[in-house]
Design a binder for this molecule. Structure first.
Ligand code: ADP
Ligand code: MG
Length: 691
């Protein structure tokens, strides 16, 4: 079944006419026949057939025929069009072709012939009926619906459709076995994989919200099912994991010099983790603990438990600043225990990088902290027993799988400060255990949050002076790095200049455009107290831990979502000192929702309550802080699109339920090999092994 022609190169679907552009098609549509079928339309349009054209048709999307009289290549350049003069009955029609090769123009618009085209009819500056880059109709000037696809330079929706049409024929001829059980199909009114794709690509109606239609729902289900299966196969709970059990000597030693006692909540979670690691079943556990609740030490203790049993450990962090901070904190603990801590980011290069990779591969080093750099193929472990993913919501499923695949069913510990609704957890992790750290370390005071109009910025300068005189530090967050013509928000550079007036060298800046060497140095200086005011963009948003920073000022607070405001505020309040958060807002831009957000921030410090309020404010649709940097995750839908979400959840629940049933019945899994391969989640060694 896996030799099915739908996995062949998409080249076989590119017709003679488009052959010279085959490489472009591949880039746009994907490598395989089936990938082109999953190239989803942006929207559909309805075309009316009109002949001969008249002024009444201006502004309409029409399908028509024109007689080509003359093609004018003079003045043609990368910016100027090829001009075609044609006739529709008696009316003159001007056709402008931008970015068109003259050979194609000659082929598509043969002089002295009548051809079928469609597109939006406009009026040229000189008053003629006009088309700009119309499509050549493959069907003879029929009215009806057609899709508009995501395109790239040199390829039209018609071109895309011609490939998809051939791909549909191949799919139909290769009758693949249905993987969705009959009852599920029936209950949802879904059709076969082929019929659904056929309808998507040959619409007979205007499609506004795609997931409102059964053909899209079905493909969405397939994609989610493939993902649910892949996650369960790659992180099997039922399989024997690595049993970790030892005297906990390293942990005892750590506790002897740790400057604080663990909280009850930390101890509880740590015990849950010990139990998981001892069980013989690999752990998949997510720790949800509010900002500053002390998740790092839980990770450290788990790592020591694994290391004492001879395993290696990897810690993935979303930003370089955070990875370096972990190196410093965790490294200082480990150093006292005689364990060397390695770090790998894009800044470790050349020999240094080679050595680190060698040491991990040989098993000489026991713990690797790093950014995305540790996901690269060259990074291999000798016996990776525990994977820790910090601020996990910053990573996509595939990124996490890539790290997990570097071990042999390693234990997995994810950490997040972002409360995630159950359905979301399901979609991102499949079947996972969740622990909560609901209590903060003893002696923490509630952060006091105030809101002020930006115009009153001067009023806080004195308070800042007082804070600094106590030796404490201040974060000052601005949305922009430099001034922008497009949006009117405060920028780091201007704010730094302003602050330098009062504070001189005690104020410095940090932002994403700085070289990472520079960033690191500034950050270290701030951390060690060389200066006290850090004007920064949101690069410091996650994880940064400088306990004697006690004030955070957030400018244009009206611009940020609740999740982000709460994360930013979590940079302070990390010691027994009283901390403050000042939200500076621009009252001209303050929408009703923004002012509600600011009120919530003033009222509570509890991340779980904030998450709930956030859901309500956003109409129950969008999900708190799940935005992942990077490319689009799903082919058939957009998780971030609030219109789609009410459809996605019910589909997701069904997919998760079916996935669990499939995994529990090991005989049935073979049926899903094609599905997994279609959605490309078939690259995992673990998945291959389980077939
Ligand atoms: P987060 O949960 O946001 O990742 P961290 O692990 O960075 O929080 O911890 C925040 C700060 O609290 C750190 O400086 C850490 O050393 C400290 N900390 C952690 N646990 C305790 C505790 N039980 N008592 C006192 N301080 C603690
Ligand atoms: Mg943290």
């Amino acid at each position: 079944m896996l030799n099915n022609a739908i996995f062949n190169s998409v080249d076989i679907c590119v017709g003679e006419y488009f052959k010279p552009r085959a490489a472009l098609f591949k880039k746009l549509l994907g490598d395989r026949v089936v990938d082109s079928l999953l190239h989803m339309p942006l929207y559909t349009i309805e075309k009316v057939y009109s002949y001969p054209l008249s002024q009444n048709d201006i502004g309409k999307i029409v399908s028509t025929r024109v007689f080509v009289e003359c093609v004018d290549y003079s003045n043609y350049s990368s910016r100027r069009p090829i001009k075609i003069w044609a006739k529709s009955g008696e009316a003159v029609v001007k056709i402008d072709l931008f970015n068109y090769k003259s050979v194609y123009a000659k082929k598509v618009f043969p002089i002295g012939k009548e051809i079928y085209i469609s597109g939006k009819l406009t009026k040229s500056v000189d008053g003629f009926l006009q088309f700009v880059n119309p499509s050549k109709s493959l069907v003879k000037g029929k009215a009806g619906f057609s899709n508009v696809y995501p395109l790239s330079n040199g390829i039209s929706s018609e071109g895309v459709y011609s490939v998809i049409k051939n791909a549909l024929i191949i799919l139909n001829n290769n009758n693949i076995n249905e993987w969705i059980p009959d009852n599920v199909l029936r209950e949802n009114n879904w059709k076969s994989f082929y019929e659904s794709l056929f309808l998507i690509h040959n619409p007979n109606k205007i499609v506004e919200n795609k997931l409102n239609f059964p053909e899209y729902q079905r493909i969405c289900f397939d994609e989610l099912l493939a993902e649910q299966l892949a996650m369960r196969l790659a992180t099997p709970k039922t399989k024997n994991g690595n049993v970790i059990k030892n005297e906990k000597n390293l942990i005892k030693k750590l506790k002897s010099f740790l400057p604080f006692n663990l909280t009850k909540a930390q101890i509880f979670v740590i015990n849950e983790i010990f139990k998981d690691m001892e069980s013989g079943t690999s752990m998949t556990r997510l720790i949800q603990g509010d900002v500053g609740s002390g998740k790092t030490i839980v990770a450290v203790i788990s790592a020591l438990y694994a290391i004492e049993s001879g395993y290696q450990c990897a810690l993935l962090a979303p930003t370089e600043i955070l990875a370096r901070q972990h190196l410093e904190k965790i490294g200082s603990y480990f150093c006292k225990l005689g364990i060397k801590t390695e770090i790998l980011t894009s800044n470790e290069t050349g020999k240094r990088r080679k050595d680190i990779i060698y040491n991990m591969g040989s098993g000489e080093s026991k713990i690797l902290i790093g950014t995305h750099a540790i996901l690269q193929d060259e990074v291999k472990f000798n016996n990776l027993g525990l994977v820790i993913i910090d601020e996990q919501h910053r990573f996509g499923v595939n990124q996490r799988l890539r790290l997990i695949e570097k071990g042999n069913t390693p234990h997995i510990l994810s950490m997040t400060a972002t409360p995630i609704p159950r359905t979301m957890i399901l979609s991102q992790y499949g079947d996972i255990d969740v622990s909560f750290i609901k209590e903060k370390p003893i002696g923490r005071k509630e952060i006091i949050t105030k809101a002020l109009r930006i115009a009153r910025v001067n009023d806080i300068i004195d308070s800042i002076k007082r804070i600094i005189s106590l030796g404490q530090k201040v974060y000052w967050i601005c949305p922009l790095i430099e001034e922008s013509e497009k949006v009117d928000y405060t920028c780091v550079i201007n704010r730094l200049n302003y602050m330098k007036n009062s504070f001189g060298t005690d104020a410095e800046m940090l932002h994403g455009k700085m070289k990472s060497e520079e960033k690191r140095s500034i950050f270290e200086k701030f951390s060690s107290g060389d200066f006290h005011i850090l004007i920064s963009t949101t690069v410091i948003e996650v994880g940064v831990d400088i306990p004697d920073a006690t004030v955070i000022i957030i400018e244009n607070a009206e611009k940020f979502g609740l999740a982000q405001l709460h994360q930013l505020r979590g940079r302070v309040g990390r010691s027994s000192l009283q901390s403050y958060c000042v939200l500076l807002y621009d009252d001209k831009k303050l929408s009703k929702i923004a002012s509600e957000r600011i009120n919530i921030m003033k009222k509570t410090n509890d991340g779980f309550i904030i998450a709930e309020k956030d859901l309500i404010l956003r109409g129950g649709g969008e999900i708190f802080g799940t935005k992942q940097s990077g490319q689009k995750q799903y082919k058939t839908f957009d998780f971030e699109d609030s219109d789609s979400q009410k459809y996605i959840y019910p589909i997701l629940k069904q997919a998760a339920k079916l996935a669990t049933a499939i995994i529990n019945d090991s005989d049935s899994i073979d049926k899903y090999e094609t599905l997994l391969k279609i959605f490309n989640k078939h690259n995992s060694q673990n998945i291959k092994n389980s077939f």
